[in-house]
Design a protein around this ligand. Structure first.
Ligand code: ADP
Ligand code: ADP
Ligand code: ZN
Length: 218
């Protein structure tokens, strides 16, 4: 199963990817997570991406396509993958098509999260993650089952993202509308787009995605 999750920051892509990867046994490829790891490691890509990410702007297509090319060539992607946060521009979408075509592959589905912009700020403002395993949580909508303890790994340390502040969120929403939203029409024209109501609860969105993928081969 080769999937792309498409939606604005805070739409719920990472949250749904967490169960999709268990359900299909395929890796979750979050370009945001990969870039944050590169920044933390102080690699060349991390050095180039850090300030751009802090401002809430997009990292260059050349860097991003290179990162994805390298990641898709790893053996764990052979049976499929869940792309989260990539592609984000038409140039990236075209490069992805070309990369997959080289390998005789294509996308099975692009899941679009339809959300009203008003909820995104509240979702991002309450977002935090496990410092050890990266599992995502929300102060109101997804608290750990035991207060202060990660459901997945038991860690008691949590982190917030440096770019989850009002100014950067505003820029990220603008970047989404200008540069990423055109991908909806791009993938609709290719017949792979499935839209789910991202305003529903976390479990309702999961159910909608499961239904949308029923007729897609795994
Ligand atoms: P994205 O990966 O699209 O940026 P996340 O999956 O990180 O979004 O979700 C943003 C925040 O909103 C997280 O704190 C998450 O727990 C919460 N969240 C995700 N989906 C929903 C939902 N359907 N309803 C309410 N809160 C949600
Ligand atoms: P969100 O969860 O808010 O959707 P991500 O974690 O996907 O955000 O991305 C965080 C930041 O990383 C983006 O604001 C952008 O600077 C950079 N980034 C991630 N993926 C891409 C991409 N495909 N193209 C360009 N920049 C990207
Ligand atoms: Zn954890």
């Amino acid at each position: 199963m080769r999937l792309v999750l498409l939606g604005p920051p805070g739409a719920g892509k990472g949250t749904q990817a967490q169960w999709l990867k268990e359900r299909f046994g395929i890796p979750h490829l979050s370009t945001g997570d990969m870039l944050r790891e590169a920044v933390a490691a102080g690699s060349e890509i991390g050095r180039q991406a850090k300030a751009v990410m802090e401002r809430g702007e997009l990292v260059s297509d050349a860097i991003m396509v290179g990162v994805i090319r390298e990641r898709l060539s790893q053996p764990d992607c052979a049976r499929g993958f869940i792309l989260d946060g990539f592609p984000r521009t038409l140039a990236q979408a075209e490069a992805l098509d070309a990369l997959l075509a080289e390998r005789g592959e294509k996308l099975d589905a692009v899941i679009e999260f339809a959300v009203e912009p008003e909820v995104l700020v509240a979702r991002i403002a309450g977002r935090f993650a496990c410092a050890k395993c990266g599992a995502g949580y929300h102060e109101r909508f997804k608290r750990p089952r035991v207060e202060g303890v990660c459901d997945v790994c038991g860690s008691t340390e949590f982190v917030r993202r440096a770019d989850d502040n009002e100014e950067a969120v505003r820029r990220r929403l603008q970047a989404y509308l200008e540069q990423t939203a055109p991908l909806v029409a791009f993938y609709r024209a290719r017949g792979v787009l499935r839209t789910v109501d991202g305003m529903a609860s976390i479990s309702e969105v999961s159910n909608a995605i499961a239904r949308a993928l029923e007729d897609v081969r795994s």
